[in-house]
Design a protein around this ligand. Sequence first.
Ligand SMILES: [Zn+2]
Length: 260
Amino acid sequence: MPEGDMVWKTARTLDRALAGHALTRTDFRVPRFATVDLSGEIVTGTTTYGKNLLTHIGDDWTLHTHLKMDGVWRAIPVGQRWPSPAHTVRVVLETAATQALGILLGVVELLPRAQEPSVYRDLGPDLLSPEWTADNEAEAVRRLRLLDDMAIFDALRDQRAVAGLGTIWAAETLYAMGVHPQTTVRAVDERLPRMMQIGRLKLKESIRTRRPPENAVYGRDRRPCHRCGTMVVRISMGEPEGRPRPAYFCPHCQPDPAQR
Ligand SMILES: [Zn+2]
C-alpha cells in the first residue's frame, strides 16, 4: 500500500496535470457519482492528509480519493490511449491538454467542501504536514500511548494514531531506532517522540528525492544488515487492518524484547 510519501508525490503529479486548469470533461465511474458532471470547474489543487488525496474542484467540491492497495493516478495527454483497461478506471478528470486517470482507487468520494474534515477527523496528526509542530508530535505520542499493548510496528501503521506511515516506513523507522517490531508500545514509551521525528524525516527524505533512498530492511529479508551483517528477517504481523503485513528487521540490531 502506498504510504504518505507516495501519496504526496501523487498529489504533485495531479497538480502538474490539473492545478489552475478548467475541466473540460469529468467521469466519475462509481455508481454513487456516475451522473455528476463538474466540467467547467477549475481545479485549484490537490492536498494530502496521511494517505488521503483531496482534490479541490471549483469552490464547492472536494474529490477524496485513496489508493488503498493497488490504486494509482496517471496523467496522460488528451487523446492518448489509456494505460489500463477501461473497467479499472474509476475517475477521469480532463482538461484541454491532459487527462488524469484514477485507476483501481480504493476510495472515490465527492464531498461538499465543508464536509472535507470528515475525511481526517478520526485520524492522528499527519506526519507530512508542512505545519508539523511540537503539539502535533505530542498528540501523535498521546494517541500511540492509547495502543499501549499493541506491537509498535502495528501501532505506527495505525492511521488513528499517526497518519502517513505504512509497512515500509514503519520498518525503516524501527530499524533506525534499534527497536524490534513486536515490542509493545508501552515498552518504548520514552522513545515515542524520537520515533515520530525519525518517521517524519524518513517520509520527508523520500519526497525530496526522485528515487526513494535504498531501504535498510524493508524487502531485504535473507540479505545482510548494512550495520552488522546479520541476515534481515521477515515475519508476518496483522494489526490494525487484520490483514497480514510483512515486518522486516535485523535480529541483532533490533533484539527481541522477550529475549532480553
Ligand atoms: Zn544489524
